[in-house]
Ligand binder design. Structure first.
Ligand code: CNA
Length: 280
């Protein structure tokens, strides 16, 4: 967008203007869209960074190619590499970041319309955001089922299997299917919940995108579902997607935890935020 094009809803394309917009009560239905970058400071690596990323560290699993660990076809024949990784990624090993708590703060203040996350780590839930406010676009460890007949599998048994690194089988006598957490693998459909809610950003009056490269479709198109005049804020180490192309887009190119602290401070919420985070 031409830098001279004046914003329509915001006074300027700055963090302060976003805070004023919120404080004026004009942001009552906020959609938040997140990815791996909000969890890196919790200690969960992203997948693709050359040295630190998960894929770079999978050599020990003897995979034909790194992504095979999340490939449904490969899993059918070789489920053990996934269960090895699942033991590391399973919820309980990591603490939510202050960015996760910021999303919960929006919910506590009655301002969160919906959180769309690509993350499978369940840290948003652990930070206190209720399940019905979250669309886990790529699934998560929150549920598990048989990959053949889709019958749900009990959570306590799943926990046991993860701990023992054993591969559970379907509980139905007539089915011999393997069980896996409902993380969306390559070759699998996104959850119905995603498609049912994908137009919801059109009802939002503010959109906050954090910690995602916006490179995985169809998630990457979600910010475009926002109305043209709806302010959109990006808090990310780099510019991504078409964020910044609209007159009311605000780019905060920095790390998420710093960005949400600044935004909370400008809204007069910093103490609330720190307190909420401390409690998690
Ligand atoms: P990505 O493609 O790795 O992009 C991450 C983005 O966040 C990049 O633009 C980074 O520059 C940025 N970033 C990283 N750390 C920070 C930080 N501390 N502050 C600000 N920006 C930061 O990740 P996406 O989520 O966009 O990619 C989608 C994949 C990755 C989804 O399928 C996820 O399921 C998958 N993933 C999830 C997790 C998790 O659940 N925690 C971890 C790794 C990968």
């Amino acid at each position: 967008v031409d830098e001279k094009t004046p914003p329509q809803k915001l006074k300027s394309r700055t963090l302060e203007a976003v805070a004023d917009y919120i404080k004026d009560g004009r942001a009552r239905r906020i959609v938040v869209m997140t990815g791996a970058g909000i969890s890196t400071s919790a200690g969960i690596p992203d997948f693709r960074s050359p040295d630190t990323g998960l894929y770079a560290n999978l050599a020990r699993l003897n995979l034909p190619y790194a992504e095979a660990v999340f490939d449904i076809g490969y899993f059918r024949d070789n489920p053990l590499p996934f269960y090895t990784l699942a033991q590391e990624l399973y919820p309980g090993n990591y603490r939510p970041t202050i960015t996760h708590s910021f999303i919960n703060l929006l919910h506590q203040k009655g301002l969160l319309l919906k959180l769309f996350t690509q993350n499978i780590d369940c840290l948003e839930r652990e930070a206190g955001v209720p399940g019905d406010k979250i669309v886990e676009a790529h699934g998560s460890f929150a549920r598990q089922s048989c990959i053949e007949c889709k019958v749900p599998y009990p959570e306590d048994l799943m926990k046991k299997a993860i701990k023992e690194k054993s591969v559970p089988k379907c509980t139905r006598d007539t089915c011999d299917g393997l069980v896996k957490p409902e993380i969306v693998f390559f070759g699998e459909q996104l959850p119905a919940d995603f498609f049912e809610n994908r137009s919801l950003p059109g009802d939002a009056d503010l959109c906050i995108v954090m910690g995602t490269s916006l490179s995985v479709q169809p998630f990457a198109s979600l910010p475009m579902m926002c109305g043209d005049g709806t302010p959109r804020v990006l808090i990310n180490s780099e510019q991504v997607g078409e964020m910044g192309s609209r007159a009311d887009d605000v780019l905060l190119l920095q790390d998420c935890d710093t960005g949400v602290r600044k935004l909370a401070e400008a809204c007069g919420w910093l103490e609330d935020l720190e307190e909420l985070w401390e409690q998690t």
